[in-house]
Design a protein around this ligand. Sequence first.
Ligand SMILES: *Cc1c(COP(=O)(O)O)cnc(C)c1O
Length: 403
Amino acid sequence: MNETSLDSQAFIDLEDRYSAHNYHPLGVILSRAEGIWVWDVEGNKYLDFLAAYSAVNQGHNHPRIVEALKGQIENLSLTSRAFRNDRFGPFCKKLSELSGYDKVLMMNTGAEAVETAIKAARKWGYQKKGLAADKARIIVFDGNFHGRTTTIVSFSNDPEARDGYGPYTPGFDILPYGDLAAVEKAFDPNVVAILVEPIQGEAGVVTPPADFLPGLRSLCDQHKALLICDEIQAGLGRSGDLFAHRLFGVRADAVTIGKALSGGMYPVSAFLADDAVMDVFTPGTHGSTYGGNPVACAVADAALDVLVEEDLCKRSAELGTWFRQELIGMNSAKVKEVRGAGLWIGLELESSAGGARKYCEALKNEGMLCKETHVHTIRFAPPLVVQKSELEWALERIRKVLA
Ligand SMILES: *Cc1c(COP(=O)(O)O)cnc(C)c1O
């Protein structure tokens, strides 16, 4: 630390003064990271138990992804899709083969991938189901989080995310998550798709009943609608599989991914589908200046290699099962429920415990960074490269704070 460096409070003051107040972050100012660890400007070290909402599944600054980014950025960074680049085709092939979907449509942020899914579903409804113009409906669920665009917040039922942003985009039916009977009742020929998080992340790592996804699958088959799974947070190893919906034994017609697709290095997202859906897009009908750029492709290519070669799905499944059992075994009177899949755990506190935020603050003082989701739930989602011994270290601290 030299004399001119600012302490945490000075950085917080700068943010307060010059940034929009659209977040409520913990009061920690990070300046460095490696693997599962992050350091603040005062030199304190923390285990990152949020992993940037699962964007950093591969661990911070993974050397292989850093190398891919540096190498590409020095060579060719952006062509726009007006021209072709030599990273795009090979990456789309890799992602198609790994995911099992015919084709890939690359975007940048998660919300853009979801917007792409909505456009694809609607156009598919008009072209392939012959719906009358502007009649398409999409079924979504209570507690959903699919991003922050005006269309996406139109079908959020979180007042914070939605209020004040109308007029809202029509064409969405919000049904209770997990309620198959409600979905069955809501179906009519104008329903083109069900858009669902196979496990709801922002809602607090909420897992649906075991028959929910299979039930949605058969309703979609019965009524000729698309099952679209938003795997932006749940996917790419977080839930212990490449896609969380696979844990329920179904195959979605289309998938959105983002976050860990780039290992935290760069915004990269994608919409995945088979030809019968993807061919609704023709030149000029959808796109993005940065979508599929060479840096995004190089970074995501390396991020997928890390996911596969370091067997992160299996690590997540095995360590997650063990870690969840340990949390349940704490038998803390403050804990109402421990749920999740893989290394993706929602620990819901009893309302008498007084809200999750203060426990996140206490865990921070113990060297662990976690974030509350809604009022009563703490989400545990470390980078998937975490070692068992490091999770044991974390458990000691969690036991102490929740004692
Ligand atoms: C984070 C998230 C998004 C939005 O991604 P952004 O990159 O923030 O736009 C969409 N869906 C789910 C399930 C998410 O967790």
